[in-house]
Design a protein around this ligand. Structure first.
Ligand code: GLP
Length: 247
């Protein structure tokens, strides 16, 4: 079974993962090699980003040589929209940690429909050209979705336009207020994620306890996309005590 580490709370988990990421970055910098990070949005990775920002601001961690690829974005959405993942990443990590925007890729929520297929292929190619993802950070949705790989997503799926599940849109609705939540998104695929050299799956809070247990124990199936990641040779779960309650 994929290893699991349980921390007392999300802040402790975030600090531990940020320390691992910082080590990886420093090792690669010493070797003169780039570090390629796969990044996620949602509330879950925020403690990791907070700690990376602190390490940058208080302990001089530099992000030279770091390239990042985010998992997903709503479509259509303007990258300047307050609820876009592009804006979230700029505010939570890229700007406060001093990352160069040209090194941080996120699927473009304004890609016109006729160019989408080509843009998705180009995103996959950019990941390969960067040398592939060294460390992929992931959260998990209550349905077991990963990025915007909703139930039904195939193990071999690639970056593409996807329909968002009703449950995903409902959960995002309060943040969008009066505005309608986009019905679609662009997401890297399960196949893309499986190619990362290392995967760190984060889950915090009681509400995630059941899906964490099912993702680890149920028969692998497209009904719970996270189960499709289990075959990865270097996937570990990082939980707080509440999310580990059903293990
Ligand atoms: C969204 C994102 C996922 C994220 C999930 C859980 O749908 N596209 O990448 O893992 O929600 O979000 P949270 O971490 O806020 O629970």
């Amino acid at each position: 079974m994929n290893p699991v580490t349980i921390h007392p709370d999300p802040a402790a988990a975030g600090a531990a993962i940020a320390a691992d990421i910082a080590d990886l970055i420093r090792r690669r910098q010493a070797e003169g090699r780039p570090t390629v990070l796969g990044l996620a949005t949602g509330a879950t990775p925020v403690p990791v980003y907070r700690e990376l920002v602190r390490l940058h601001q208080e302990e001089g961690l530099g992000f030279e040589g770091v390239r990042s690829f985010n998992l997903d974005e709503y479509w259509p959405i303007d990258p300047a929209h307050p609820r876009s993942f592009a804006r979230f990443m700029r505010e939570e990590l890229f700007v406060p940690a001093g990352l160069d925007p040209k090194d941080c890729r996120i699927p473009d929520g304004l890609t016109p429909m006729p160019q989408l297929a080509e843009a998705c292929r180009a995103y996959e190619q950019a990941i390969r050209d960067a040398g592939g993802i060294d460390l992929q950070l992931l959260g998990i949705g209550l349905s077991g979705h990963i990025g915007f790989n909703e139930p039904g997503a195939l193990a071999g799926s690639r970056t593409r336009l996807v329909e968002l599940a009703e449950s995903t849109r409902l959960r995002a609705a309060p943040a969008f207020g009066e505005e309608e939540v986009p019905k679609r998104g662009i997401s890297v695929g399960i196949g893309t994620i499986l190619e990362a050299r290392q995967i760190v799956l984060l889950a915090f809070g009681e509400e995630k306890a059941e899906i964490v247990a099912r993702a680890r124990q149920d028969e692998p199936s497209v009904a719970i996309p996270a189960t499709l990641l289990r075959s990865h040779p270097d996937l570990r779960w990082v939980l707080d005590e509440a999310a580990a309650r059903r293990l």
